[in-house]
Every structure is written in C-alpha cells, then in structure tokens.
Design a protein around this ligand. Structure first.
Ligand code: SF4
Ligand code: MG
Length: 329
C-alpha cells in the first residue's frame, strides 16, 4: 500500500558564506494513518530541516533540495506549484512548534485566532468560527473554554498556550501532524500531559503523527517507531520497544543512557562525549566515529550504509550485530 507520507532519499543543502552545509543527506521515512513516528536527534541533526521540507517552509535559497521526494498519498509535494502546495500546508499536513508564545499573536484573543482558520479556509462567519473555536478548546481540554475563548495568549500558562497551538493545528482535520519539539519549553509534568493529548487526538482522528525531539524520554509512551538522526542521516530505525530494549547503533545507545531515571538519582549520566559534528566538514567514514566508543579502523574510512536488520529495523553501523548483542567495544 502507498504510505500516507513518505520522505524518500531527501537531500537538503544550504549555501552559506562558509560553504555548502549538507543538512539532510539521503533521509527516508514513512508514516501511515494512525501511526506515530518519533524523529530523534541533537540539534543540527537535520530533523527539523526534514520537517520544513515536508511543509514547504524552507527558505529557498539559501536552501536547495538537489535530490529526493516527499510523497503525500503518492504525490511528490516537491513537484507541486506553490499554490497547490499551500492547499496541503496547514490543512492536510499541519505543524506545531516549540514556542507557542511567539507563534500566537499577542493582540488578538485566542478564540479569534483559532476561528480565523475557519473563516479563511472554510468561509465560515465570525459567529460560526467562534463556536468552532470553543469546541476545539474543549477538545484539547482547556477548562472553561466558553469563557476563555475571549482571553489573550498572555493570560494562559505555557502548557495551555501549547494546547491552543494544537487546537489550531488540528482545526482543519489534517491527515498528518508534525510536532517539532512541542514540549521542550515546558516543565516535565506538563510535557507528559501534552504528549498524552497529542496521542489521544491522534487516535481519535487516525492522523499520522511525526514527533521531533532531542529527548528520547519524552516520546517513549507515545511513539510506535523511531528514526534516530545524526549529521543529516538516519542512523537507526526501529519499533520503539525494540530500540529501548536493544539499540542497534552506538549513538542510540548513548541517547538511551542519557535519559534520567528516577531509580538512578545522583548517579552521573552517561552523556555522549565530544561535540556534535560540523556539517561544513563532516568526519570521513562514519560521521559518528570521533565520538564512538566502539570505533575501529575501517569506521574512519568506510561510510556505513543503513543496514537492514529485519523488516522493521535498520542501523547505519558496521558493527550493529555486536552492538545489538552487547559485545561491541
Ligand atoms: Fe561506531 Fe564504527 Fe559503528 Fe560508526 S560504524 S557507529 S564508528 S562502530
Ligand atoms: Mg530543531
């Protein structure tokens, strides 16, 4: 069957004064209706740039897409006109960002801003739009929605503002929702509540959900599958449970060991040593080799392909078998 959304061998580069930045280097992933994919990686791994390419919100130039496809229900969005593209953006594929406060307009009530979606895209009247806004605020569990619809963004807490952003993103019943670090600015309890809300909304409306995060702990209970990115490439793909049990790439292993655990309070966390890669000057061979505890000689010279382990899992490590078995290093 045709996947709902398929990113296929996507390449994105930026022309900068310092040189060509290869931000995304052959990324492929799919998401289906009712499925949730977590895209995990440090900042600069290319996870947000991939999402911006899906949405068609990259600045072009300096960005260019020399290769690859973004297929939505089989149609390559990269080949569509800007007008056709804008019919998809926000309506069929929607996105929410980390910073709800700067995404909302401070001088309009939240109800007005939510209802604008319906006025602009569904030709509804103000009255109908406001009614819809209240319904949506209820749906994202904002207490006393009927009264609060007339409040301004600054009158809400960070978590509630993020719920308002979520309400706007699902207003037009998108088939795919992309959430880019939706909870990074929030405290831990609120993070969990927002994740739970996204997960519920996804199940209710059978959306495909893409959760972009640097924090493996946050997506644990919500994602079905994970794509781990490093230096513009996917280094591991796995069902979430498999990755937790047995990571197949040393970088995933490092991310897993960096999750704070309640039962390990006071212990030093294993943090992945070394600096994130310089995209202007990527290491030879395996991009992760300068930071990898298991590096061998050929890692410095040979780029590892994304080895398929089984239908659902793959790893871009020459020694993925040893990593899986726990016999690497
Ligand atoms: Fe480490 Fe080599 Fe695997 Fe890269 S290919 S992750 S350097 S063991
Ligand atoms: Mg980002």
């Amino acid at each position: 069957a045709t996947p709902l959304l398929a990113v296929d061998n996507l390449h994105v580069e930026f022309v900068t004064r310092q040189g060509l930045v290869r931000a995304v280097n052959g990324v492929s992933y799919t998401v289906n209706a009712g499925e949730s994919l977590a895209v995990l990686g440090e900042s600069g791994s290319g996870k947000s740039v991939t999402a911006q390419a899906i949405m068609g919100i990259l600045d072009m130039p300096p960005a260019r897409i020399p290769k690859g496809e973004v297929r939505f229900q089989g149609t390559d969005l990269l080949k569509l006109s800007e007008q056709a593209r804008s019919q998809v953006r926000g309506q069929r594929i929607a996105m929410i960002f980390q910073d709800a406060l700067s995404a909302l307009n401070p001088v309009f009530t939240v109800g007005w801003q939510i209802s604008e979606m319906f006025r602009v895209h569904r030709s509804m009247s103000k009255r109908e739009g406001m009614k819809k806004a209240v319904e949506l605020m209820d749906r994202v569990r904002i207490p006393a929605a009927k009264q609060r619809v007339n409040d301004y963004p600054h009158q809400f807490s960070g978590g509630m503002r993020q719920r308002i952003m979520i309400a706007m993103s699902i207003a037009l019943d998108p088939e795919v929702l992309i959430a880019d670090e939706p909870t990074t600015a929030l405290d831990v309890t609120v993070q969990a509540q927002i994740m739970e809300l996204l997960s519920e909304l996804q199940r209710e409306s059978n959306m495909g959900l893409i959760l972009i995060t640097h924090d493996l702990g946050v997506v644990a209970d919500v994602a079905d599958k994970i794509a781990v990115m490093y230096a513009g490439r996917i280094v591991e793909k796995a069902p979430v449970y498999d990755l937790y049990k047995h990571p197949a790439h040393p970088y995933s292993e490092g991310l897993l060991e960096s999750i704070p655990r309640v039962d390990q309070k006071g212990q030093d966390l294993y943090a992945i040593k070394g600096l994130p890669p310089n995209l202007l000057n990527l290491p030879t061979g395996c991009s992760f080799h300068p930071r990898c505890p298991y590096r061998r000689d050929n890692c410095v010279t040979d780029v590892p392909p994304l080895f398929e382990i089984d239908g659902a899992r793959s790893s871009a490590c020459h020694y993925y078998r040893e990593v899986l078995d726990g016999t690497a290093g």
